[in-house]
Design a protein around this ligand. Structure first.
Ligand code: F6P
Length: 460
């Protein structure tokens, strides 16, 4: 039986309370056959030593600290000021610098050098996300012969946008050093194929392999990530007894709750969402005092200037909405920069009449799926979902909105709040059917089965 080696920027250590569904999926995959989870420790150190190892439950967690200059160039720099905005279609925010690109390569190379000696030929190596795009090529240089797969959790924009990145070709061709590359949506997969075929001389075979002039062969597939639907449903039911959830419910005094939960990130469309909520209160005076919006937005990437900026902007904007509409006994917008456990969030989702998920661009958005899974089947809430989230490709029975259309989102909130019980039930049943049909376990097993079935360079 092959061992699994997961590589990701962050490693979810056992019992970490922040860890979400992806972490749980990786833990159970690693626990099944034994394996290694390798990545950054989340710490910045003056003089990073050798990797730290922890063996628990058949899994070996191997983490490395980053030096300050590596953290700045790789994480704060190329990953989050260059690639992240590019992958989310925000060319206006792309800050390209040669030195941060070199730092990104350096950290990827150092990961490859540390990891390569731990990998056996019959292992399956699964690399996660945009921080580590060049890793397969660098592992091959270190002599690794095992199958290596990559999954991109973010969107991939079409070639017209990708070519704005200096060095785009090296980055995109690096994907063809993997045996399997997985994307969240068919659109992301098509963008990758369009680039590789039209700009890099690749050709697609009938069985979804892309063959490059250099001779590499890579299987390119769309495999949307999902959630553990039954677990979230159970958590939501149990959480209604939790103190935090009860306090939230009691504080509403029977008012409708509209909920948003997002990392504090410009891709999440929070500015437009607050504006839409304000427009809704403006237009539908009958709902004033009847609705409360809770936006949970834990701060993220706080050393990156664009993130400091959006934090300051949202503080101002939430204050403005409340200043304009609040009354002595009603504050319409609760804006909270903190994290809650998965089960508390599940309880919040079940309490909310409307789940507002309106990113300007998102790879998938698991909050959309979790909101659905957490609902009470007899009295479900309504999901209002951006057409620019990967989840919209599957959750077609949500109220789908264009997040740039402030009037449209304001009307969607009104529609969700006033929707009849039969319609809410019908939509929820259709959404829940989708979640039951494709869970996080299906995603993980399908990915690993396909990776195991790809050609092993060692076989050729
Ligand atoms: O895909 C985006 C992503 O890398 C997620 O996997 C993760 O939840 C999130 O961003 C966390 O970002 P950071 O590690 O930069 O806080």
């Amino acid at each position: 039986m092959s061992r699994l080696i997961v590589v990701s920027n962050r490693v979810a250590m056992p019992r970490e309370t922040r860890a979400g569904g992806l972490a749980a999926a990786m833990h159970s995959a690693l626990a099944e056959n034994g394996g290694i989870w390798f990545g950054w420790s989340g710490k910045v150190s003056d003089s990073p030593g050798p990797p730290t190892e922890l063996d628990e439950g058949g899994i070996k967690y191997v983490t490395v600290d980053l030096a300050r200059d590596e953290y700045d160039a790789y994480y704060n720099g190329f990953a989050n000021r260059t690639l992240w905005p590019l992958l989310h279609y925000r060319l206006d925010l792309v800050d390209y610098r040669r030195d941060t690109y070199r730092g990104y390569q350096r950290v990827n190379r150092s990961f490859a050098r540390l990891l390569a000696p731990m990998i056996r030929d019959d292992d399956l190596v699964w690399v996660q996300d945009y921080h580590l795009m060049p890793l397969a090529a660098l592992l091959r240089e270190e002599g690794v012969r095992a199958r290596i797969g990559f999954f991109l959790h973010t969107p991939l924009p079409p070639p017209d946008l990708v070519v704005a990145l200096p060095g785009h070709r090296a980055l995109m061709e690096a994907l063809t050093d993997y045996d399997l590359v997985g994307f969240q949506t068919e659109g992301d997969r098509q963008a990758c194929l369009d680039y590789l075929i039209n700009l890099a001389g690749g050709s697609l075979t009938y069985d979804d392999y892309i063959t490059m002039p250099s001779g590499t062969r890579t299987l390119v597939r769309c495999m949307p990530i999902s959630i553990d639907r039954d677990l979230v449903a159970q958590q939501a039911m149990r959480a209604s007894q939790q103190v935090t959830v009860r306090r939230l419910r009691d504080s509403l005094l029977g008012r409708w709750l509209i909920i948003g939960v997002d990392r504090l990130d410009y891709s999440k469309g929070l500015h437009d969402r607050f504006a839409a909520f304000g427009r809704f209160l403006d237009r539908h005076t009958e709902h004033r005092r009847q609705a409360v919006m809770l936006q949970v937005a834990p701060a993220s990437r706080g050393e990156v200037p664009e993130y400091r900026q959006i934090r300051a902007d949202l503080e101002r904007q939430s204050g403005a909405v409340n200043g304009r509409f609040s009354e002595a006994d009603w504050v319409p917008l609760r804006y909270v920069n903190r994290t809650y456990t998965q089960s508390t969030l599940a309880g919040f989702y079940r309490t909310a009449r409307v789940g507002l998920v309106t990113p300007l661009r998102d790879g998938m958005n698991l909050v959309a799926k979790e909101y659905v899974a957490a609902q009470d089947p007899d009295d479900p809430g309504v999901l209002v979902l951006s057409s620019f989230a990967g989840a919209a490709r599957e959750l077609e029975s949500a109220v789908i909105v264009n997040p740039y259309d402030i009037d449209g989102v304001a009307e969607a909130i009104h529609r969700a709040i006033t929707m009849t019980l039969p319609e809410r039930r019908r939509r929820w049943r259709e959404l829940d059917e989708v979640l039951r049909g494709w869970t996080i376990a299906d995603w993980r097993e399908s990915y690993l089965t396909q990776l195991a079935a790809t050609r092993n360079p060692g076989d050729s």
